[in-house]
Design a protein around this ligand. Structure first.
Ligand SMILES: Nc1ncnc2c1ncn2[C@@H]1O[C@H](COP(=O)(O)OP(=O)(O)OP(=O)(O)O)[C@@H](O)[C@H]1O
Ligand SMILES: [Mg+2]
Length: 294
């Protein structure tokens, strides 16, 4: 086994951070539902510390891939290592050590509607750290709520009392509950207005940089890809057909990739990113509400 593959299987000690190069390694993944083949020999490596954008047409299996990686979907075939441990071969108890090292924002939010935002954030803390006192758990939850850009008051609101954007942030707060090293975001900016989406992108990037996260980010949002993703993996034809920076992907001649990045929406996203880069180079500051000033 080469260093590159980074699949030592000794496992990590409880307080030890993963230091390998590839926190996620998927090899030969097959997922079938009855006659429907969603993935066929899919392979992918995610680099430590990157934001990997995952794109593909609707129904190509992006969410199924994420669910396979976090052990919610047992693949038909193939192997998936997370932090050097096989998720696919692990006994349920063995996985626990790895499970508390990631946080997930599901596509639909998946907040418990009968719990407040703060109580939602407390759920994983209760599950993995039952010994923590009620007071400390509530304080950690409040801190995560604020880290996700919500006010402290939002912690006592129920999901139905929040806007769509606030619900996304509440889901993010829950995903951050356990101080994860790996963050999974499934369509985090879907349904947000452009300003809200840009703010969420900026928050994701800031969290990645300050907390040293690796981010697996499923998105249809071309602005997000240009603004914050280090690399992009493209799902098509039941596998990852290409992974690389956007310029690297543009150099391939796959029709879906060309259509996606060079279609009208792709060109707009590219132009607005160039515009934002130029403004930054000129020292023009656009505040998060969209007003400009120096
Ligand atoms: N539990 C399941 N049972 C049967 N089929 C499923 C199941 N989960 C997903 N599928 C099917 O697998 C395919 C891929 O679904 P998936 O949700 O991963 O798509 P996606 O790429 O995330 O799409 P979108 O961009 O719309 O979110 C779909 O055809 C879906 O119907
Ligand atoms: Mg999906």
């Amino acid at each position: 086994m080469s260093d590159d593959q980074n699949t030592e299987r000794e496992g990590l000690r409880p307080n030890e951070r993963y230091r390998g190069n590839f926190p996620i390694v998927v090899e030969g993944l097959v997922n079938r539902f009855g006659d429907q083949v969603v993935h066929e020999d899919l392979s992918l490596k995610v680099k430590r510390g990157e934001i990997l954008g995952v794109v593909g047409g609707s129904g190509t299996g992006k969410s199924v891939l994420m669910r396979s990686i976090i052990g919610l979907q047992t693949p038909t075939e193939g192997n998936i290592d997370v932090f050097g441990q096989s998720i696919t071969e692990a006994e349920p108890d063995e996985e626990i050590g790895v499970r508390c090292r990631w946080g997930v924002l599901f596509q639909g939010g998946a907040l418990f509607s009968t719990l407040t935002v703060g109580e939602n954030v407390e759920v994983p803390l209760r599950q993995f750290f039952p010994e923590i006192s009620d007071e400390l758990r509530a304080n950690i939850a409040r801190y995560k709520v604020m880290l996700s850009g919500l006010t402290e008051a939002a912690a006592s609101k129920f999901p139905a009392e929040l806007s769509g954007g606030m619900r996304k942030r509440a889901g993010l707060a829950r995903a951050l509950a356990l101080d994860p090293e790996l963050l999974f975001l499934d369509e985090p900016t879907a349904g947000l207005d452009p300003v809200g989406a840009a703010k969420f992108d900026a928050l994701t990037k800031e969290l990645k940089e300050t907390l040293g996260l690796t981010v697996f980010l499923i998105t249809h949002d071309l602005d997000t890809l240009y603004a914050i993703c280090d690399r992009v993996a493209v799902l098509a034809d039941k596998k990852v057909i290409a992974v690389g920076t956007i310029p690297e992907l543009l150099a391939t001649d796959h029709p879906w990739i060309q259509e996606y990045f060079n279609g009208p929406r792709g060109r707009n996203a590219s132009r607005s990113q160039q515009c934002s880069d130029l403004q930054q180079a000129d020292g023009i500051v656009i505040d998060k509400a969209g007003k400009s000033g120096n």
